[in-house]
Design a protein. Structure first.
Length: 468
């Protein structure tokens, strides 16, 4: 501790000398009253330089002044050049100008003073910490209302709530242990496990849609932007909800509020390496002990991501996300201010979830190539469709959806009108490709507005059971 303090002090003084620091009570270039060198401060009741201060302190502490002598009968002139030539005359001048011997501390007093300084420093740190914590802004009234609405939206769309452990059933171990269909990235897909998962994926997507529809500000966005945001965040939110139901004892994730699956089952069932990422996220989030509000706000932040490709109202969406983020930060600082770095560490999970979404998009491309389309539920295909098709799609207006594939329009003219109850009405459905059969046209068109149906029909979600 002593060596550390001396080292800090030494470095501090070097910095003072290099920077030319002058205390506020000194005039510029004020001289040392002993030798005339540039003074650095008020030392032992006199304005002196660092050299004379140190000389005086060492002389008193080590009781050296009785040993000093002068070759010239004590008549030496002490200045910046000659001060080191005669110790006796230099010491006499220190006394003559008023430097006080009683202010120089002996070893015991110096240790006591240093201890007092350290105690005061620690006390100030604690006071500053308390002051900082007290100054953390509590959410405003408007933010508390926003937080309440987001939390309710999550609780109403989160299957089984806190009862998921009591209601879960483990997926039989024989399922997911015999992969049969190889994928192009080297992993394999167990079709039986894949079939089990696809049974519950549609309700999972529906619940994410329901969550978004209940959020303030989301319904104010254009229809096409709502769909882009939902498609972008769907896997991220489902992964977050699954990760929140990680059980370290059984090493499982619980899906649909009832289906507990192991890592290998989820991996062989189609997710591949994405399974590892979700399980790892579950382990990590378990240390955060998040409450419903924190999970809900994290989902809202994921939903309102203005960097999704194809958005038209990016500025408005960014402002929405900032509103959620500010309320989120105030809530965290108010509730968990005693946990160091909780807020930035939690925000890093947004990056993890975005990476999971990106990895799943890549994984989905492989699965779509290797597995027949009939194995995928229509809504699942609509949300996680080929990224190439997503880039080629454009919305002409809020009421018209155009699809392209190799330059050919597959379906067009899907016109919708919203009633006061937000229920969709199909006014017109046209197909423009004469080469396709009526059945193919109908199938493609149904896929075309499947997600629009999910988003805008108030009664649609009641047809499904929850996933995560």
């Amino acid at each position: 501790m002593l060596a550390h303090s001396i080292s800090e002090k030494h470095i501090y003084m070097i910095c003072l000398c290099l920077s030319g620091y002058i205390p506020s009570y000194l005039e510029k270039d004020e001289p040392c009253v002993v030798c005339g060198d540039k003074a650095t401060g008020y030392h032992y009741r006199c304005i002196t330089c660092e050299g004379c201060k140190g000389f005086f302190r060492r002389t008193i502490q080590k009781n050296l002044h009785p040993t000093y002598s002068c070759k010239y009968d004590g008549c030496c002139i002490i200045d910046k050049i000659t001060r080191n030539q005669c110790q006796l005359c230099r010491f006499k001048k220190c006394i003559a100008v008023g430097m006080a011997m009683d202010l120089v501390l002996d070893d015991s007093k110096r240790v006591a003073k240093r201890r007092l300084i350290e105690e005061n420093r620690e006390r100030r740190k604690k006071e500053e910490m308390v002051k900082s914590l007290q100054s953390r802004p509590e959410p405003t009234g408007a933010e508390w209302e926003l937080i309440r609405l987001v939390t309710e939206a999550h609780r109403h769309t989160n299957a089984q709530g806190s009862q998921w452990k009591q209601k879960r059933k483990f997926l039989p171990e024989k399922i997911g242990q015999s992969p049969v269909a190889p994928t192009s990235d080297g992993d394999k897909v167990d079709l039986e496990a894949f079939s089990e998962f696809t049974k519950i994926i549609t309700p999972a997507i529906t619940r994410v849609v329901d969550f978004a529809k209940k959020l303030p500000m989301f319904s104010e966005l254009p229809c096409e932007d709502q769909i882009i945001l939902l498609k972008g965040c769907c896997m991220e939110i489902m992964s977050l909800r699954a990760a929140m139901r990680y059980d370290p004892d059984s090493e499982t994730l619980t899906l649909s509020g009832e289906m507990a699956v192991k890592r290998e089952q989820l991996k062989n069932g189609g997710l591949g390496v994405v399974s590892d990422a979700i399980f790892d996220l579950g382990k990590s989030l378990a240390q955060f002990n998040l409450d419903d509000t924190e999970v809900a706000l994290l989902q809202a932040v994921l939903l309102m991501s203005s960097d999704r490709s194809g958005l038209t109202c990016t500025d408005k969406i960014e402002k929405c996300q900032e509103t959620y983020l500010l309320a989120f930060e105030h809530y965290i600082n108010y509730r968990k201010h005693n946990i160091p770095h909780f807020w930035p560490k939690l925000l890093m999970k947004v990056t993890d979830l975005r990476m999971i979404g990106a990895c799943h998009a890549s994984r989905f491309l492989h699965m779509k190539v290797e597995c027949p389309n009939e194995l995928f539920p229509p809504l699942f295909l609509e949300v996680f469709e080929d990224q190439e098709l997503e880039r080629n799609r454009r919305w002409v207006s809020p009421s018209c959806l155009w699809r392209k594939n190799g330059g050919r329009i597959l379906s067009a003219g899907i016109c919708i009108s919203l009633t006061s109850h937000s229920q969709y009405v199909v006014l017109k459905l046209e197909t423009t490709i004469s080469e396709t059969t009526h059945q193919q046209q109908e199938s493609e068109a149904n896929r075309g507005f499947c997600f629009v149906n999910t988003l805008f029909s108030t009664s649609f979600s009641s047809l499904y059971q929850p996933l995560f």
